[in-house]
Design a protein around this ligand. Structure first.
Ligand code: ACO
Length: 432
């Protein structure tokens, strides 16, 4: 195939280079289009726009493929764990035993947050959303270690490993502390001998005189859930992190913007929205059938939360893995919950319904992660926080990729202006 595309604009023809990825993805490079023709490309929502070239994560939405650094998510979910997958995403290779242990130690030894941060937690009202607290606190981390947050790209990049270990470790401590504070419980400090997921559960659920005893199946499920969320190429929050980094912002500022971008119900907030939807259906005495009709009509503004994906048009490979793990966990825990029965019914009905089939709407990872977290006992308003903990390695890897590239330019899209072209200012007393 030719390495150039030809675009005809009126009488003018212009050649545009074609870029090919390692998995044979193709793109027309339009960077010179504006300077050569005055035209820009228009793609609201960026559904067909490549914003970068990346070596981190590969997705083929048509075939339901997700790979971290080339390794299929199915293999990682079965054989690896969250910390190892984090190393892989951030550093590009699976760690040797020694690298793995050093990385783990570094994460472990960064689990504590500065004591003065607890004073900030206390200033929040008890019903403050933990996502708001999380993004503010992550950004604040840079205030306590200003040498890691200089907004000088070379310097911040040189200190990346230290800052990344802090972010990966402290996000969990901040998350658990915000929950404890919001429920009026004393903060529980991390313990050195616990694994990443165990430590989180300990900080969430232990009591001052009674350590929480995590059930191994719960720890395993949580670990896998975090791993499945660890990266997902150019989604809304990761693109946000890259964009903020492109302006030269430090690591903590960039990833805190990732947290806020993740918060919305169409992105990371969907796991919370799934459970809210199930509770609403249950409270209405519906078994799910009425809700599906409402979601199809579109009149009510309702959507079947946890269904559909911008990229996956066949199935979400993460949903397959977590769906099976979720069933196993529920069996193990002997959980009986009417919302879970409704979820099963919704899934069955939607998968057999023409509306969803034609639009290629399948359960996404959030459909099951919400159910799994509910079974583990994670409170509803912490669901999106859990997603943020899981996505941290992806944000870190993407920040590193942008910051390490000397050719990085500030992200600055164009627009098509549709407002008044030119009009005079009218003094207030003359306005009608
Ligand atoms: N329920 C009902 N109808 C839906 C749903 C849904 N969950 N999702 C999409 N549709 C319909 C739309 O109404 C539209 O129908 P139309 O062609 O008749 O107008 C069609 O399917 C295409 O939908 P878009 O909104 O254009 O698809 P887009 O790619 O922009 O959105 C998204 C993807 C945001 C994930 C969407 O499917 C959605 O809102 N899903 C529910 C929220 C959710 O689960 N989000 C989590 C995403 S995964 C993640 O962030 C981890």
């Amino acid at each position: 195939m030719s390495k150039e595309a030809t675009l005809k604009l009126g009488e003018k023809e212009i050649s545009l280079p074609i870029i090919e990825g390692t998995a044979e993805e193709k793109a027309v490079d339009v960077r010179a289009l504006r300077s050569n023709t005055g035209f820009i490309t228009y793609d609201e929502g960026f559904g067909n726009t490549g914003s970068c070239q990346s070596k981190i994560t590969f997705i083929d939405g048509e075939q339901g493929i997700l790979r971290y650094r080339g390794i299929p998510i199915e293999q990682l979910a079965e054989k690896s764990d969250f910390i190892e997958a984090s190393y892989l995403l951030i550093h590009g290779e699976l760690p040797t035993a020694e690298q793995r242990s050093r990385f783990s130690d570094r994460v472990r030894s960064n689990a504590f947050i500065d004591e003065r941060m607890h004073l900030i937690f206390e200033g929040y009202p008890s019903d403050a959303h933990p996502m708001a607290i999380l993004s503010a606190m992550i950004n604040s981390l840079g205030c306590y270690d200003p040498h890691l947050a200089t907004n000088n790209r070379e310097q911040d990049f040189a200190n990346f490993d230290e800052a990344a270990a802090m972010a990966l470790s402290k996000v969990r401590t901040i998350a658990a502390a915000s929950y404890r504070m919001s429920t009026g419980q004393p903060v529980i400090y991390p313990k050195r001998d616990l694994s990443y997921a165990e430590n989180f559960l300990h900080m969430m659920f232990s009591q001052p005189y009674e350590d929480f005893e995590p059930i191994p199946e719960v720890t395993k499920a949580l670990n896998m859930m975090l791993l499945l969320h660890a990266d997902h190429e150019q989604n809304c929050s990761t693109s946000t992190v890259r964009m903020v980094c492109s302006g030269g912002a430090n690591l903590f500022a960039s990833i805190s913007s990732g947290v806020t971008a993740l918060w919305g119900p169409l992105h990371g907030g969907a796991n919370m929205a799934v459970i809210q939807m199930l509770e609403e259906i249950h409270a209405d005495g519906d078994d799910g059938s009425r809700f599906i009709e409402d979601a199809k009509s579109g009149k009510s503004g309702k959507r079947l939360m946890g269904f559909g994906h911008r990229v996956y048009k066949n199935f979400d490979p993460r949903a397959k893995i977590i769906g099976a793990a979720c069933e196993k966990l529920l069996d193990k825990l002997g959980v009986s919950d009417p919302c879970l029965d409704i979820a099963r019914k919704l899934e069955q009905e939607a998968l057999a319904d023409d509306y969803f089939i034609q639009r290629k709407l399948y359960p996404n990872v959030d459909f099951y992660s919400g159910i799994m977290m509910r079974a583990i006992g994670i409170p509803l308003n912490m669901f999106t926080v859990m997603f943020a903990i899981g996505r941290m390695p992806g944000w870190l890897a993407n920040w590193k990729e942008v910051a390490s590239n000397p050719k990085t330019r500030i992200s600055r899209p164009r627009q098509i202006y549709q407002g008044s072209v030119l009009r005079d200012y009218v003094p207030v007393e003359q306005r009608g």
